[in-house]
Design a protein around this ligand. Structure first.
Ligand code: FAD
Ligand code: NAP
Length: 335
């Protein structure tokens, strides 16, 4: 395992923030993880576990060790219609979805075109178009820092919730995921309940998994800026979840506020709508701005620092709080 000094992180974060890492290493196998951890501990360095860099904001240079998880491999085990996959944390998520579709292994189609690596998918229980990782996750494997040993965590252990998991709470910075185990099926079970998906599907054709994937990919491409040309980290704010009573009060004042009931009785509000009402959609401030088609996406137009992006986010948060009394939470992890 080679440690590189003063590594350039700009190409490794999709917001394209200029930053360096004092120490950087590639992790190509699970055995590299304890070695890298030991290196950081000997020197008292903080660690940043990096995947595709599509859900982080670097607020400056990172003084510690960046562990870049690049473990490859897709190992299938098929029994009847059940397809169990053991996938290396460094595999590209979207490529995995397409690989599975090409082999008629179903369950991931609504999650097509989400950037990033497989190892990061459990961190925020990635979700889109009515499906979350939780519907296909079996378990994760990785290095448990508190005990200094490799462990397997079941789906229940991961405490997956709406854009949330144990890796953002009790195991924050305490578990390096090396492999993700998924349960898919050779039997198609399409999920077309999400309104924007149902509306975009052709009315004259029976939806197949491939058609669902193609439709989601097309809708996403029409609405979302590609980080390769327009640096961003997807949604900057999570949809806020409020009590039913709070929702009722808000709805009385703002009847057009889009909202969806959650399984636990609370209500999810559309953060994008709240931001739009404050007038920030499409606004540009210096080198940063809010995308013109998607008000949750903050864009780094001209190599702005992470601090400039975060300052814009803070002003948007302040305006939403002032207008609606709702506190937005930033979705990407800030370093
Ligand atoms: P990174 O940004 O590298 O890391 C994110 C966090 O996970 C960091 O805290 C990091 O330390 C931690 N982490 C990464 N890998 C590991 C590991 N192996 N072990 C332990 N911790 C790890 N998200 C959605 O949920 N739904 C969407 O539809 C969606 N659409 C997006 C669209 C665009 C255009 C963009 C830019 C982003 C979108 N995202 C979406 C957000 C992002 O793609 C996902 O959160 C993705 O899972 C992040 O993966 P990553 O490898 O880039 O993670
Ligand atoms: P959209 O379809 O315009 O819908 C706006 C918001 O309404 C979404 O945030 C979505 O919540 C919610 N919503 C719509 N229909 C819903 C339903 N039937 N049930 C529950 N909630 C519903 O959203 P969009 O911005 O184009 O994104 C499409 C999908 O891709 C969404 O699922 C979104 O989460 C996902 N996405 C995520 C990111 C990210 O970085 N996290 C970036 C881009 C897209 P949900 O967000 O909870 O689905």
């Amino acid at each position: 395992m080679e440690i590189v000094s003063a590594a350039d992180l700009q190409p490794l974060n999709t917001l394209s923030v200029p930053a360096t890492a004092a120490h950087y290493c590639r992790i190509d196998s699970a055995a590299d993880v304890p070695e890298a951890v030991a290196y950081s501990e000997r020197r008292g360095l903080p660690r940043l576990v990096l995947g595709g860099g599509s859900n982080i904001v670097l607020s400056g240079d990172f003084a510690g060790l960046v562990m870049h998880l690049l473990i490859a491999g897709i190992e299938p085990e098929i029994k009847g219609s059940a397809v169990r996959l053991r996938v290396g944390a460094g595999e590209n998520w979207d490529a995995l979805v397409r690989h599975c579709l090409s082999r008629d292994w179903y369950g991931l189609e609504n999650l097509i075109a989400i950037p990033g690596h497989v190892g990061a998918a459990p961190i925020q229980n990635i979700g889109a178009y009515g499906v979350e990782l939780s519907s296909v996750l079996d378990s994760v494997e990785g290095w448990h820092l508190p005990s200094g040993e490799f462990r397997r965590l079941s789906r229940d252990d991961c405490q997956l919730a709406y854009r949330d998991s144990i890796f953002k709470h009790a195991l924050r910075d305490a578990f390096v995921i090396t492999h993700v185990n998924l349960c898919l099926s050779t039997e198609p079970r399409v999920n077309t309940g999400y309104q924007a998906l149902a509306a975009a599907l052709p009315a004259d054709r029976e939806p197949t998994p491939q058609l669902v994937a193609d439709t989601v990919a097309a809708v996403r491409a029409s609405k979302l800026p590609d980080p390769a040309h327009t640096p961003n980290v997807g949604s900057f704010f999570k949809n806020p979840i409020v009590s039913a009573a709070r929702h009722e009060a808000l709805r009385a004042e703002h009847p057009a506020l889009p909202a969806w009931p959650m399984a636990d009785g609370r209500t999810k509000l559309a953060a994008g709508w709240l931001v739009e009402q404050t007038g920030w959609k499409g606004k540009r401030r210096g080198a940063v701005g809010v995308h013109e088609r998607q008000s949750l996406v903050l864009v780094n137009y001209q190599q702005a620092s992470g601090g400039e992006v975060l300052a814009l986010a803070e002003d948007i948060r302040r305006d939403v709080l002032k207008q609606f009394g709702v506190a937005l939470e930033i979705e990407p992890r800030v370093y």
